[in-house]
Ligand binder design. Structure first.
Ligand code: FAD
Length: 478
């Protein structure tokens, strides 16, 4: 029989379309997960992502056990534990999906060296993206800095290979080492603290089966109306696949092919949705080529932007108390559901970096802790896009008006009423501008401004003027 292999699960918590798993088929295998909290520094999973991970690991462990090779869970430094486990079971190879985060790349490099010194091998497989970053370069051999030519280049490479099936059966190594229980990883909200995740289970089903379920639900309805549905935060118009993709419970290749099968023929039919998958892909490629992206502005001149850090303003934004209903609804949705609609993420992020002049890193950090889909590539790229400091960014001088944005994308206030019940009784015309409602209208709606809901922390025109002045100052300095 072949020599055993280690199958190291990281951010590809699935059995189907898993090239690392395919590579060990037929051999005795030790499936392994290492909770290596220190390795990622500040970019270890935040609170909401840990909740997700805990449940996703439980699902993966059950799926692996059902196929005959239970998951070994360890806690500690992967740099030590992975080579030690390879030695313990006599594995010549360690197989895993390739990661794109800078901290993971450095760590994997060190692990590969340690394994090589013992005549073993780390083999990384394409799992999180459609195409690995070095394979998508511009005509001049440089990475793409702008989305549209990048997306065209990926599309021109043709359809991705069809997804791989899940194995029916796995062969375990003869005497696997003992590991930790999932409880011992301490991934849940801390006992005694408010259970901010209490609504998550009703909304989300972490794990591969949950991911397939989401995909089916999306294909059975919203995909057909995605072009308009994706802009309506008050309905389920998008796929909700982001946390599943983030943990690799489903691959982008599986999603791509499923959508192509549901909408056969011209790629243009599915392009509105597939182009979002490619935004994710673009973010991963950017992170690969520009590993400083989570911390530093990609455009150099934005590194001296005169932010005005203010703890009270940041807190008002975090708690959904800015006085702008669409923003506050979004921030409250985020806290309750661990997720926020994309359109509202854009409006809320814009308010923070423009009207409130808070550094984009502060917003990204909050999202990192509260989003179940918090993903280093997509989060950093999106924040830099909003802040104007990304390689392909919305110009900083384009300042969203949060009232008009609310009225455009949530005209009947369905979304706002759901997440900001204090505004539920207002007529449509005032739901995005409660301070303009006459006193008797507010009274009839049972709303006392300043008590039940705040007035805007900064007036739109003033916030806009301040943001533009900051930008002009930056130009002068550049
Ligand atoms: P759908 O509309 O169904 O899209 C399908 C998939 O495409 C998503 O699941 C996601 O994987 C990908 N996608 C869609 N839009 C984008 C985008 N703009 N950038 C990158 N990928 C995209 N997405 C994350 O996955 N993790 C993050 O941490 C994250 N942070 C964000 C921060 C800000 C400030 C903004 C404006 C956007 C952020 N996004 C992030 C992108 C986007 O908001 C979410 O991917 C999307 O809302 C997820 O919902 P969905 O799965 O229903 O998306």
């Amino acid at each position: 029989m072949d020599r055993p292999a280690l199958l190291w699960f990281r951010q590809d918590l699935r059995l189907a379309d898993n090239p690392a798993l395919q590579a060990v088929a037929g051999r005795p295998v030790l499936p392994l997960f290492v909770w290596d909290e220190a390795a990622a520094g500040p970019w270890g999973p935040g609170g909401a992502a840990r909740w997700w991970l805990r449940h996703s690991l439980a699902a993966l462990a059950a799926d692996l056990a059902a196929r005959g090779a239970p998951l070994l869970v360890l806690r500690g430094r992967a740099e030590i534990l992975v080579p030690a486990m390879a030695e313990a079971v006599g594995a010549a190879e360690v197989h895993a999906g390739r990661l794109h985060e800078p901290w993971a790349r450095e760590r994997d490099g060190r692990i590969a060296e340690a394994l090589e010194a013992a005549r073993r091998r780390l083999r990384l497989w394409t799992s999180a993206v459609l195409r690995e970053p070095p394979t998508v370069m511009s005509g001049s051999g440089k990475p793409y800095a702008v989305y549209t030519p990048f997306a065209k280049a990926v599309a021109a490479m043709g359809e991705p290979d069809p997804p791989l099936p899940a194995p029916d059966r796995l062969h375990p190594v003869p005497s696997p080492p003992a590991g930790e229980s999932l409880e011992a990883l301490g991934l849940y909200p801390v006992a005694g603290e408010p259970d901010w995740a209490r609504e998550f289970p009703a909304l989300w089903q972490p794990g591969e089966a949950g991911a397939q379920d989401r995909l089916r639900r999306f294909l059975a309805g919203p995909v057909a109306g995605y072009t308009t549905g994706r802009n309506d935060p008050g309905t389920e118009g998008t796929s909700g696949l982001s946390p599943h993709l983030r943990w690799g419970e489903i691959s982008p290749r599986q999603v791509w092919h499923a959508v192509r099968q549901a909408q056969p023929g011209d790629l243009a039919r599915s392009w509105p949705f597939l182009s979002e998958i490619l935004w994710r892909e673009f973010s991963y490629h950017l992170l690969w080529h520009r590993p400083e992206m989570p911390e530093r502005a990609l455009r150099e001149r934005f590194r001296t932007f005169p932010w005005q850090p203010d703890a009270a303003l940041l807190q008002a934004w975090q708690r959904g108390r800015t006085g702008y209903p669409i923003v506050d609804a979004g921030m409250r949705q985020l806290w309750r559901f661990g997720w926020m609609h994309n359109r509202v993420r854009m409006i809320a992020a814009s308010l923070l970096v423009k009207h409130l002049l808070q550094p984009w890193q502060a917003g990204a950090t909050w999202f990192w802790d509260t989003l179940v889909d918090a993903d280093l590539a997509s989060n950093s790229a999106s924040w830099q896009w909003i802040a104007g400091s990304g390689t392909d960014a919305a110009p900083y001088f384009r300042v969203f008006n949060p009232v008009l944005q609310g009225e455009k994308f949530d005209p009947e206030g369905r979304y706002v009423r759901r997440f900001v019940p204090a505004l539920a009784g207002l007529p449509d015309r005032y739901v995005h501008r409660p301070w303009e409602a006459p006193e008797e209208v507010r009274r009839a709606a049972g709303l006392a401004l300043g008590r039940d809901y705040p007035r805007p922390v900064v007036e739109h025109a003033e916030g806009r003027a301040r943001a533009l002045a900051a930008l002009r100052g930056l130009r002068g300095a550049a």
